[in-house]
Every structure is written in C-alpha cells, then in structure tokens.
Design a protein around this ligand. Sequence first.
Ligand code: GLC
Length: 458
Amino acid sequence: MKRLLIMIAYAGLCAAARASAPAVRTTPSYQQRMQWFADARFGVFIHWGIYSVDGITESWSFFDGDIPYDDYMKQLHGFTASHYDPQAWADLIRASGARYAVLTSKHHDGVALWPTQHGLNVVKDTPAHRDLVGPFVKALRKDDLKVGLYYSLIDWSYQDYPAHTKTDTRYRIEDDPARWNRFVTYYQDQVHDLTRRYHPDLYWFDGDWEHTPAQWHSKELRDWILAHNPDAIMNSRLAGWGDYGTPEQGVPIARPPYKYWELCLTMNNSWGWQPHDRHFKSVDQLIRILADTAGMGGNLLLDIGPRADGTIPGIEADTLRQIGQWLHRNGEAIYGTVAGLPKDYYAGDSTLSQDRKTLYLFIDGNPQGPVLVKGLTNRVGRAWVVGNGTILSPQRVGATLGNAPAPLYIDVPADTLDPQHVTAIALKLDGPIKLYRDTSKPTQLDPDEPTMRTAQSW
Ligand code: GLC
C-alpha cells in the first residue's frame, strides 16, 4: 500500500513537472531542415549590386582587369535604388510560382546591401542611403516566401583580404596569419549580423574556392549558424560544409550525386543587369529546364538582374509571370515531387509524387503519336492531363512476358495538350512505383560488338 502511494505521488509529480516544463525544442534533422527546399523546386535568384550602374559583370570585371578597380567603384555614386519596390519584387516572385528567392546581400566586390558595421555598404557609400535587404526580407515573408541571402566569402575590396585583383595580391596568409584571422572575424561577424537582423531561411555562400575549409573556418561558421538559426539551410559553397549541391549554368545530363541540389541559371548570359546581353532563353526552354531539373530531383534557381534604380527589366518580369502561369496549371507535377523515371523507361522528363503512387510525365510539344512508358510493373488506374483534367486511356500493347510488363502507350490528343508549353500528364498507380529491371539478358552496348560474344565473355 505504502509503495502504491509513493508510486501515485511520484506519477503526480512527474505529470506536474511535464505540465510546467518549458517546451524543449528538438533540433530539426537534416531532412526536416531540407524539406521545404525539396518541395519548392523553383526559386528566383537576384543579382543586384553597383555593377548594374554601368551594366558590367559583377565583381569579375575589375578582378579580371576589364576595368580599373577605381572606375568600377565609381559606380557607387550611381546606385540610387530610387524605384526600389520590394513588395512589387516579392509579388512578382510569388506570381512566378517560385517558393523562395535569394538576394545578393554582398558580392565579391564587398559592397553590402545592408548597413554592415565594417566594410563598404550601400547605406553609407551610395545615394541609395538605406538598407535594401530588410524591406526585401519583410516583403517576401508577407508573401509567404522563404528568404535566401547570397553572401560572398570573398571580399576583394576589404583591406585584410589577400586577393584584390587577378594580378594584385595584398599578402600571403602564411606570411601574416594574424591579418587573415582579422578577415575571418570580419566576414563571420557579417554573417552573424545578417542572421541576427534577418534570420534567413537559406544562406547562399559563394567564393569558397579561394581558400581551404580550415582557412575559412567553415565548420565553425556552420555550427554557429545552426546554433542561432536551427532551421536554416546552406548551399554547398561553404567549403564542404553545406547542405546541398549547386551546379551552375549547365543543365546536368544525369542526376547529380547529391541528395538535394539546385541548378542556378541565368535568363540570358549574365547574372547582373547587362543591357547589351539579349541572349535570353525562351520561356519554353526555361520550363523544359524546370521539368528536367525536377525530374532529376533538383531545384531551379532562376536569376534576374534588376537595374540600379531597382526596376526589373520587362523581359525578365514577363518570363517570370509566364512561368508562373504554367506552374499554376501544372504545379502538381512539380511541387513536392521526387525524381522520376530513368530515361530508358520514358524518353522524356518525369517526376513522382512523394508517396511514389502518381507518375507525372512531361511532354515537349506535340508528340505526334502515343507516349510510351516501358517497364512499369504497376497497374495504372486513372490517367489525366494535369493542366485541364482530360481523362486519358493508357493501353498495354503486347503480352507480358515472365515478369517483363508490356509497354504502356498513352494517347494524348492534340487538343488536350498545354496551349503554350510543356504538357504534364499524370498516371495514378496501384501502389508505390515498381519498375521491371531486365537482368536476364546482356545489353548490346557497342553496336560493333556481337551480343553473343559479350554474353560469353561474361
Ligand atoms: C559564380 C560567380 C558569381 C555568381 C555566382 C552565381 O560563382 O563568381 O559572379 O554570382 O556564380 O552562382
């Protein structure tokens, strides 16, 4: 009896303790931190800095010697941001269907867009005279978009940074480690400041190639960020300490070797505003790239370059809006999906719903005949055109041989295709996707090589 009473009292104490204990916040796992990013699939990159005054290449133009450093820096006087309307930017990003945006808070030229305590910044050094990051962050959050800040580890303007231009180095780290340490303190303080002020969801580092992880103290910075901003994610350009891969410009041919990745891509051939560069990708090409990227399990981070007054060039804004219209019709096949079929099962881009029970196939243009899927073991229930709901009737043609399923043909009538761009169709499967893998026969890889000889030599 006494033991029972003690147990009851103990249980009561525990319950009371539970009730009054402050909620302990568990540290989110890697996957939990990455989930919004994996679901987003599309983001907008913004390269905005003093290089938009003369419309020249961001930072590299003086580093590579195309223009003297002092002339490059004269652009400080022309950076007005006079028509900067962060809410209009955020609304445009929202309309594009992107789920996040990444703004260059500081490029390699060292000019910060926020009032950093040390170093160049637009508040004290340009006629813009105000913080440009804060209002952007606020507007994105108002539109329910995730906030990414690009930050260049390199700072070719800062007196304690070794490199100034390609041909002019201030000092070597080995000769003056104390000076390098001063730089590390400066740059990490800037990242701390960005964190405290804006609490970004994503840190987009750049420029790590100039030094080693140990020199950057990149693990230390990562740990600090996660201790102060536990849900944050970081790209890979933190010298090996990031969360996701960042292929740049070239659309990968095969799925890149990262669990999470993001292709960053310019709309023309420039990151910042360069009016002479009219080599714009078409909306159709960009949508294909988006489908291709999603089909390989990655995100597309599509870049725009606002002018020095803060206006976004019309062609870039139009492109974003048109992508948004397509996503509005076809978003189900992009958002929240995972990588689709290998190309030998379907000769195009495809994605799968997270439970892998719905297969989305993308069709470029008019297929001029039924769409073919090979090796799909599942039974297909409903099939439809994502953009307009038209019901389709896939057919198995040919006999199932052993375990090899007959090919599936899907007729998609021309009048059901997306009116402008890529068409997405959906196939509801009877369970998580199962693909047939043909291991019984050797594949003839080299057409000059007789198959039997290959088989025998195996
Ligand atoms: C490169 C360039 C830089 C650009 C970035 C975007 O690292 O140095 O100019 O901002 O790519 O991904």
